[in-house]
Design a protein around this ligand. Structure first.
Ligand SMILES: [Cu+2]
Length: 430
């Protein structure tokens, strides 16, 4: 399989040598197209769809199909997506481009593709039955329109939507401004938030679940199986966050104050930008955030606690504070090996996982399983790390490992005695 970077450099090389003729496969060679230094988008754990140039039209080909998808090692499912992946490949083009997007339906039922956020002729809008006939199994349809709207958009079916969305059919559609970015963007990340109901021990998401989902993903992956975002200190970074889940996500970035600079309705005038550390991304919405990178390892995650965890056993009894010594002994008589947990909190789950003591049901990953430089990370789901370093080469997206903290800048242990010090406590009201 050719890596995304390989495709991009092939495309750039082809353009530079003037080798790309009409009909040849071209990657998103956006610099050449726009005549400006436009950084291509980096879809975490994802890829950008190459196109063919035919008579000045950029032709993309999406194939709707079933596939086997890995959310994280140990957790896979039969999903639906495009061209072998969920999310489908990112479509990347430039404002003013004429695009033709072929959609082949290899699903067992009808589908369509809606281009969310794009202004286009009504018959190209992709609502099956309203804009055009449903695309039946085996058929290929062509959508063709001119891109008017620079910004962060996405695509998804508008036919049997609940099933097709809950199986993973979605992708990003990024349109770069023809005149270039008003402020140079050095690292441009894009991700799609989604939720899934994959019951432990099963291998197909359950489309009948309406709100009580158990997997929370960025680009259909969950931490710790989500790539880090990397940047060099001082670079301007954009993160485009699209939400095609059924819940809203307050997305929180540590270490900087970012500006919210736009949404699926395009880039906002600077007078409307606002400074935040958490921004709510509503259902069916996109929010773009931009900031200057500050050295360190910084968490980026949904602030709803259960969305930054992997599958948990819902309806577990609350054991926090309970004395379970007798319970373990009693239950072990019927269930050898039973070990009650949770009386001190949930963190011991991740310690047990790290020690190899805990095994869940088949086809799940532990609800929190990330490993950090100082121990278990107690996170999962919609969580990843922004790694900013002083010495990264431009365009180097490799994981630089953990941050080397300058001396004296890491919180340190003073004592192991719980009675340490003279803390001020609220006086007893009695
Ligand atoms: Cu969330």
């Amino acid at each position: 399989m050719i890596s995304r970077r390989g495709l991009l450099s092939l495309g750039a090389l082809g353009s530079a040598l003037g080798l790309l003729k009409s009909g040849s496969v071209e990657a998103a060679t956006l610099v050449a197209d726009a005549g400006h230094a436009v950084a291509p988008v980096r879809t975490l754990n994802g890829w950008t769809l190459p196109y063919r140039l035919r008579d000045g039209v950029k032709e993309f080909h999406l194939v709707a199909e079933e596939l086997t998808h890995e959310f994280a090692p140990g957790c896979t499912a039969k999903c639906w997506g495009y061209n072998g992946s969920t999310p489908g490949p990112t479509i990347e083009a430039v404002e003013g481009d004429r695009v033709r997007i072929l959609v082949t339906n290899r699903l067992p039922e009808v589908t369509s593709v809606h281009w969310h956020g794009l202004r286009l002729p009504s018959g190209m809008d992709g609502v099956a039955g309203l804009s055009h006939p449903p695309i039946r199994p085996g058929e290929t349809y062509a959508y063709e329109f001119t891109l008017q709207d620079a910004g962060s958009h996405f695509y998804h079916p508008h036919a049997d939507e609940v099933v097709q969305l809950s199986f993973g059919m979605m992708g990003l559609f990024i349109i770069h401004p023809r005149a270039g970015e008003p402020r140079p963007i050095h690292r441009d990340y894009a991700l799609l938030l989604a939720n899934w109901a994959l019951h432990p021990g099963t291998w197909r998401p359950d489309p009948s679940v309406m709100t009580d989902f158990n997997l929370w993903t960025m680009n259909s992956r969950m931490f710790p199986a989500i790539e880090p975002m990397v940047a060099r200190t001082g670079e301007r970074v954009r993160i485009r966050i699209a939400n095609l889940s059924m819940h809203e996500h307050p997305m929180h970035l540590h270490g900087v104050r970012f500006q919210v600079t736009g949404g699926d309705g395009g880039r906002w005038p600077e007078s409307q930008w606002h400074s935040e550390v958490t921004t709510l991304v509503g259902v069916g919405q996109v929010r773009d955030i931009e900031f200057e990178a500050v050295a360190g390892d910084w968490a980026f995650h949904c602030h709803k606690g259960h969305h930054a965890m992997n599958a948990m056993g819902h309806d577990l009894p609350n054991f926090v504070g309970a004395d379970l010594r007798g319970l373990g002994k009693a239950v072990r008589e019927a269930l050898p090996g039973y070990m009650p947990m949770g009386q001190t909190g949930m963190a011991e789950h991740s310690e047990h996982v790290a020690m190899g003591m805990m095994k869940g049901p088949p086809n799940t990953v532990p609800m929190m399983g990330g490993k950090g430089p100082f121990g278990p990370l107690d996170m999962g789901g919609m969580f990843t790390v922004l790694k900013v370093r002083d010495d990264l080469a431009a365009g180097d997206f490799r994981d630089p490992g953990w941050f080397s903290h300058p001396p004296g800048t890491v919180a340190r242990k003073l004592s192991s005695d719980p009675d340490f010090g003279q803390p001020v406590r609220r006086p007893d009201p009695a």
